[in-house]
Design a protein around this ligand. Structure first.
Ligand code: HDL
Ligand code: ZN
Length: 417
């Protein structure tokens, strides 16, 4: 391939590299087709994504109550979102734009606004083939799921040893263990692990055995916990004891990283269901204390509040056992993705996983990655333009290498180092 001899060629090479790079999506809520209705996909699931349900209630008449909405069939719920968020108000939010991008990239004519024919197209899709189509269209090698052993329905599917899919890898979700010992003990006991309701030495031993068995069973790339803005480590709560005595010794002994997603204010508006969570400013010092105390444990961290991002980036420069990822949830909007990606490239270079999709509905992979590629391409282009203007002359391979690094390559390097 010819060397890059002009700034224009460099910029086109960077844009093309990001457009084509294969992405590893390190956090989603997807499931294999074999897990039945746990895998969400299609027009009505896209339209009733909890982000859009929240947006529906910001514009719908007060006469529409949450209770009435949740009692409706999914198709009626989707119709209401379509009517109020798309037809009666400009669909300019990121979640609304995402649905349009999905339909458009699937070759459906969103301009006609003919929801019935869009639904008909989805009805003709075969799940396994469609999953493969979505992964190819999104440009992913694989996506990491969220696998929660404390949810009986999910645990049940894993205990049936159903066929998986090499496009989907596992992550062991342990919020319940870290934050709610009584509930965790109850579920572990229900699964045959005679776990005491109090957090004592026996409970610690049982919980460690439970984690080890689930790690053996599903081979997770990491353990993960979503934590509140008030999460503090260390403190005198059970969570600190559970991290110190159960989770972190397991992470170290079995070499399984711990992902922490910090800053969700749970159930701010419970009537919205999954959409009812909010955000709060957390304390990145907890991440610092954990990285200092457990240098032999790998931590993957993302934070929910825009306010926390700079301090977290600085911690990312200090600890070789800390890897930052994603513009999570309320940060997954073009304006914040751009700001956060610029800051991360300026402070961390390519040693970051710039995004994860958090997709709950299979088809969302299409829009979440198309939108992110477009923004990250321009930021990476700016950074390479500055390097060029300082006299640096990168090769095409180096540009491709760096594009891969920020979309999964650095994650793999971090897991393997
Ligand atoms: O806890 C999490 O993994 C969050 O991503 C929540 O699932 C959240 O509701 C979400 O879907 N964010 O995008
Ligand atoms: Zn998530």
């Amino acid at each position: 391939m010819a060397a890059i001899t002009s700034l224009k060629t460099l910029q086109n090479t960077v844009r093309e590299a990001v457009r084509k790079v294969t992405i590893t999506d390190i956090h989603t809520h997807l499931f294999p087709v074999s897990h039945g209705k746990l895998l969400l996909w299609g027009a009505d699931e896209l339209l009733t994504y909890h982000y859009l349900v929240s947006e529906l209630f910001t514009v719908a008449p007060r006469s529409l109550t949450h209770q009435e909405f949740w009692q409706m069939p999914k198709s009626r719920q989707a119709q209401l979102v379509w009517e109020h968020v798309f037809l009666k108000h400009g669909p300019i939010s990121e979640a609304a734009r995402g649905v349009m991008t999905c339909f458009n990239m699937l070759g459906l004519d969103i301009g006609k606004r003919d929801l019935a024919s869009i639904r008909k197209w989805f009805a003709a899709q075969k799940p396994e083939n469609y999953l493969e189509k979505v992964f190819k269209l999104s440009g992913l090698d694989y996506a990491v799921m969220t696998n929660n052993p404390f949810i009986a329905e999910e645990a049940g599917y894993w205990n049936q040893e159903l066929p998986g899919n090499n496009r989907l890898k596992t992550a062991l979700r342990i919020d319940t263990l870290v934050l709610n010992w009584p509930a965790a003990a109850k579920e572990m006991s229900a699964q045959g692990y005679r776990c005491p309701a109090t957090l004592n030495a026996k409970g610690v031993a049982v919980a460690r055995a439970f984690l080890a068995d689930w790690i053996e069973k599903i081979k997770p790339l990491y353990m993960a916990a979503s934590l509140g803005p008030d999460f503090a480590y260390p403190d005198n709560s059970d969570s600190t004891k559970i991290l110190d005595q159960i989770v972190l010794p397991t992470a170290r002994d079995l070499n399984v990283p711990l992902a922490m997603m910090i800053g969700v204010r749970k159930a701010v508006m419970p009537a919205l269901g999954d959409g009812g969570d909010g955000v709060g400013v957390a304390d990145p010092a907890s991440v610092m204390h954990l990285c200092q105390k457990y240098p032999d444990v790998k931590f993957l961290v993302t934070m929910l509040s825009r306010v926390n991002q700079h301090e977290l980036c600085i911690l990312g420069r200090k600890f070789p056992n800390l890897h930052l990822f994603g513009c999570w949830w309320f940060c997954n909007n073009p304006s914040i993705i751009e700001e956060l990606t610029r800051m991360r490239f300026e402070l961390l270079g390519t040693a970051v996983t710039c995004q994860h999709s958090d997709a709950r509905v299979l088809d969302q992979l299409i829009y979440k990655w198309a939108h992110t590629r477009r923004i990250v391409a321009e930021v990476l282009c700016d950074k390479y333009t500055l390097a060029w203007q300082a006299g640096w002359r990168p090769t095409r391979d180096e540009i491709a290498r760096d594009a891969r690094a920020i979309f999964g390559g650095s994650f793999h390097e971090f897991l393997n180092k």
